[in-house]
Ligand binder design. Structure first.
Ligand code: ATP
Length: 378
């Protein structure tokens, strides 16, 4: 099954208008890493023939403190109408809604826009230190696919504490979303293999030995696997997966899992390859897609020019790739690949050493190196 079929894009319905991108820089280091992505996109437009209409909107915790609203008026609707959403980070620990939770309008976008597929690549770049001593750590290149609209997070805002003596949350798995998720997962695994990076292996991470919801999840995985005989489908209980992600992460290709498991294991993945600044993310639905680094607003380093923009740059590359596939636009596909290649190249050449892992390359210098690599064919 091709991605067009998974995303239900009719063959003859390729939009020819200029794609619009709703940009939300957000809080903390969000505006810094978004500026980096925008500079890279501008450089790509100097090399490849594609247009983007990018409009920035206010939103996040600082915006909430100033205005009492977590998003600029009209921006949610604009995000819903845009071809893609590009987001920095939202939320600051000391600014909260009345119920005590952190400001998180992007989570609303996730559920309202049905962004069920949280794609979180974990890739080891040359010259980036990994906490793993094994030389095979250089080969780490897998994807955590986190279901992002249900699972344990379905309970968000609905959990209950009774008589100050017992608290309950719930976990929800639906057939409809799981089927979509697994079709997406198998297709992603196939496309990685076609691009020469994958192993044609898809691992379902669950806890099917304990929870009925997880046994159901696995049953649907098995059903959908029948449609993808060229992909090797296997399973791992989440505890064993955590162990193997530290013991032999280089063996994995794509891992698909429930929302909460994905939340946890994708941070573990970031930790394997240098930190959260190395953790990109695409949140994809049938009609909408949001691209953002998997990290938060990092208030501890905000405003110092020290943020590592890698995660945002790779997320922007994923955005161009996604738009390119959807619109059958070769220039965008090439631009996405070029941005990815430029990031790989600046690390491989030792041109960048971000503060995040003890170096002294700030956000601006990193961006300059990538812009230069794009201009010279990176
Ligand atoms: P959230 O709950 O919003 O996801 P968090 O509490 O997990 O956020 P982050 O903001 O992701 O926290 O930051 C975790 C740590 O990683 C912090 O020490 C932060 O400085 C660091 N960090 C996160 N992103 C980057 C980045 N792009 N560059 C450098 N360091 C980063």
């Amino acid at each position: 099954m091709k991605i067009r079929k998974v995303l239900k894009i009719p063959k003859n319905e390729v939009k020819m208008n200029t794609p619009s991108i709703a940009v939300f820089p957000g809080d903390g280091i969000g505006p810094e890493v978004i500026a980096s992505a925008r500079a890279a996109i501008e450089a790509l437009q100097g090399r490849f023939d594609f247009q983007l209409e990018m409009k920035e909107w206010g939103g996040g915790a600082a915006y909430y403190r100033e205005t009492g609203h977590d998003l600029e008026e009209g921006s949610f609707e604009a995000a819903g109408q845009a071809d893609a959403i590009l987001l920095g980070a939202m939320g600051l620990p000391d600014i909260r809604y009345d119920d005590g939770t952190e400001i998180s309008p992007h989570l609303r976008m996730r559920s309202e826009f049905g962004l069920f597929a949280g794609v979180r690549p974990v890739k080891k770049y040359a010259n980036v230190p990994s906490p793993l001593g094994d030389p095979r750590a250089e080969d780490i290149d897998f994807v955590i696919l986190r279901e992002s609209t249900e699972g344990l997070f379905a309970s968000r805002g609905k959990g209950l504490v009774e008589n100050d003596s017992i608290a309950r949350d719930f976990l929800e798995i639906t057939r409809e979303t799981s089927e979509r998720l697994f079709d997406f997962a198998f297709d992603l695994t196939r496309r990685r293999a076609e691009r020469g990076v994958g192993k044609r292996r898809l691992t379902c991470v669950d806890k099917a030995n304990v929870f009925v919801s997880m046994a159901f999840f696995r049953k649907i995985f098995d059903e959908r696997a029948q449609a993808f005989p060229d992909i090797s489908a296997d399973y791992s209980y989440v505890d064993a997966a955590a162990l193997d992600l530290v013991r032999k992460p280089w063996d994995f290709d794509v891992l698909v899992m429930e929302n909460m498991f994905g939340d946890i294991l994708s941070d573990l993945g970031g930790g394997l390859v240098g930190g959260m600044g190395m953790a990109p993310c695409a949140e994809i639905g049938l009609e909408h897609a949001l691209f953002q680094p998997a990290h938060g607003s990092a208030p501890d380093i905000a405003g110092q020019g020290k943020a590592n923009p890698t995660a945002t740059l790779v997320s922007a590359a994923m955005m161009l790739d996604w738009l390119g596939v959807r619109r059958q636009d070769d220039a965008m596909l090439q631009a996405g690949a070029a941005l990815d290649g430029a990031v790989t190249r600046v690390y491989a050449e030792g041109a960048v050493h971000p503060f995040e892992f003890g170096g002294s390359t700030g956000t601006a210098a990193f961006t300059e190196a990538v812009v230069e690599a794009i201009a010279t064919g990176g």
